[in-house]
Each structure stands twice: as C-alpha cells, then as structure tokens.
Ligand binder design. Sequence first.
Ligand code: NAD
Length: 416
Amino acid sequence: MANERNPFTIAKERILKAAKMLGLDEATTQLLCTPQREVWVALPVKMDDGSTRIFQGFRVQYNTARGPAKGGIRWFPTETIDTVRALSCWMTWKCSVVDIPLGGGKGGVICNPKELSNTEKERLARAYVRAIAPIIGITKDVPAPDVYTNGQIMAWMMDEYEKITMESHPGVITGKPLEIGGSKGRGDATARGGVYTVRECAKAYGIDLKGKTCAIQGFGNAGQFAATLSEELLGMKVVAASDSKGGVYNPNGIAAKDLIEYKEKNGTVVGFPGAQPVTNDELIGLDVCVLFPAALENMITEENAGSIKCQIICELANGPTTPEADAIIDAKGIHLIPDYLANAGGVTVSYFEQCQNAQNYYWELEDVQKRLDQKMTNAFKAVYEMSKAKNVSLRDAAYLVAIKRVADAMKLRGWV
Ligand code: NAD
C-alpha cells in the first residue's frame, strides 16, 4: 500500500524524476533530496496532576534557497521525523510553485492533544517555542498551524517568542487570531485558491463551468468553503458531498449553505433531506464536471480511479491520489490540479500575514483576495505552460516549475 511506504522516500522519488527531466547535475539533485537542517527537541512539561512528561518534537527546514522556511506545526500521536521531513519538502515546492519568497519547513510534536487540558497545551506550546527559538524568526523560519494546532496555540507561541526576545514579533508565526496580527481572508484561503485554479484550468482547456456540477469528498473545513465558493465564484451546482460517516447525492443540486447548516446540527451530511445516500467510491464515480477531494490522503486508488468521469479534479487534500491512480486519471485525459498547487492558497495568505506584520499595516479583505487570485492565477498559468512545453501532466509540470525555481536559486547563490 502506498500509504505504508516511507513518505520521504516517495517525496525523493518525485524529486529524482523531475531532476532527470530538467537535466539537473548530481550535486543539485543531491541537495534537493537532502533536508538542510533538522532539530530534535525534548520538551519537559509539567502536567496538571503535578507529574512531568517529556514530549519529543522536531523542526525541519528543508530548503531556504528562495527565502526563510515556512510550514506548519503538527501535534500528532504517531508523528515521525520521516513525515515531518516529507512535509517540509512538499512545503518547499508549494511555496515555490506559487512563487512566494519562502522556503519549506515543518514541525511536529509527538502527543495526543485530545488527552491534554488547555493549560497543558499552553505549557507544551511554550516549551516547544523555547526549544526552537534560536532557529525561528521572520528571517529564518516562520511556523503556522497544522494538524491539531490552531490560532490559540499560535498566539501562545508568539507570546513566548516575544518574552524571549523582549520585542514585538507578530510575524514569527502565522495563522494567528485577527486580534493579534492575523490576516483577513485566511479562513477560506485554501478552498478559494483551489477554486481560482479550477476557474483557470477550465479557461485553459475550454470548459464552461457555469451551471455545471461538482462533488466534494470530505465536507470539512476546506470542503465546505469549496462548496460555497464553487457556487459563488464559478456559478456551479454542488450535487454530492461526503464525510467520514457517508455521503449524499441529489442530481438537482444541494445548496451549500443548507448542507453546512445541516452538518453543523447533525455532525454529518448523512440524512440530508431530499438527497440519496452514496458511498465514497460512488461519489468519486459520479458524472460531474469537477471533483474536489478534500478529505484525507490515498482516497483515490487504482481500485476506484477507473470509475471517475469528471473533467477536472482539484486536489484540496494533501496526497489524495495514489501514483497508480494518477496514471489511470492521466490516461483518461482528466485535468488534475495537483495538491500543492490546488491547496497553496492557505500558505499564500499566511505569507500575506507575514507581509502585513512586517509593515504593521493591515489589508482589507478585498486586497487579500485580489492578491491571492493573482498568485494562484499566475501559478496555474506557469504550470499549464510547462505541461504544454514538456507534454506532461499538470502534476509533473508543477514539480518541474517548483523544483526548477529552487534549483535556479541554489545555483545563483553558488551552493551548487
Ligand atoms: P477537516 O478535518 O476539517 O475535514 C476533513 C473532512 O474529511 C471531514 O469532514 C471528515 O469527516 C472527512 N473525511 C474523513 N474521512 C473520510 C472518508 N473516508 N471519506 C470521506 N470523507 C472523510 O480538514 P480540512 O482542514 O478541511 O483538511 C482537509 C484536507 O485538506 C487535508 O488533507 C488537509 O491536509 C488539506 N489541507 C487543508 C488546508 C486548510 O487550510 N484547511 C490547507 C492545505 C491542505
């Protein structure tokens, strides 16, 4: 199974393939396959019952040729250095493909946040920042929220960093609450960025989206915004959505707002009035124009990819398609907007948050959305042009664009 393989090995295979296509030399390829810096930290934390527990944490700065590292902090019970390494590698390509002047980073702490009280979470957040303080900062590495971390945790981390430096440093971390230097427009940025790429993809391939249908696998944060924004910005009709408990389908359309309200009340989309139940595999195979995988990794596999009928897949989730399924989708001529392009809207607005913090001047929502549109549109166009020039899929083209930019930066700096 693809999801049982070492994630960093998979990440390196992608780099090697792109490096070969780009004709990169041995040293450049080797450096692209090597994390620049890894820090392992032990975090003693006083628990509410008076005992002390030692947590293990990591921070990886994968490549900073294009700018300071950027990437989230995960709190996850089965966190491993290999996952953090692979994710920091993907962050490097993600920042590069949307052409923001940042490198790739990622952090993780092995813990189960569901078993921690709020005060224990605060002490853990502060301990992690004390341990990695020497290597973070606006000119070095800027963390953000990720799996099981949130705005409140970022606020504690920023506060701890400011206590250490005895200066104001809102830009040391992004994903902060608005009251202490967060950016407007961060909430829906991932889905909004993805919807902009769908619009550009449809333009590029001559597909008319107005009045057409879409299906959403994973009706969570990204999926719900994708539904409302597909209606709002693309004039599309949502006909199906699913979550971990099941899915619903109504060929006549489901109003995104009503489904969100229903899910809030009932904890699932299952049972939505007027819709029929669908399994996740059935949802993937629906005759829709756009499919948004917005749930987990490895959901589209060689077992179900053969049934896909849509024209565009917009991968809002990270790694939803296995390499075997990728080949099937490619052979069907479906346009697949790959994850680290499709879901780069989040990190792009995080970058905008850094810019606003540095200026100490905050932008209006319209400014954030306009600039996000520009970045996502330019990124899609660069990837599309590369796919035409090299006659490769959008996924391969995204790797070529991103890795070439990092390789060029390393060359200009004289690293290779
Ligand atoms: P979320 O937890 O809010 O939503 C995930 C949804 O998927 C939930 O509704 C869950 O019920 C559903 N789900 C779980 N298992 C499922 C299954 N087997 N079949 C169908 N649905 C299932 O998470 P999110 O923040 O929306 O993130 C979703 C994906 O997007 C993840 O891969 C994440 O890494 C990626 N992503 C999110 C952001 C962001 O800003 N939210 C940014 C970049 C990437």
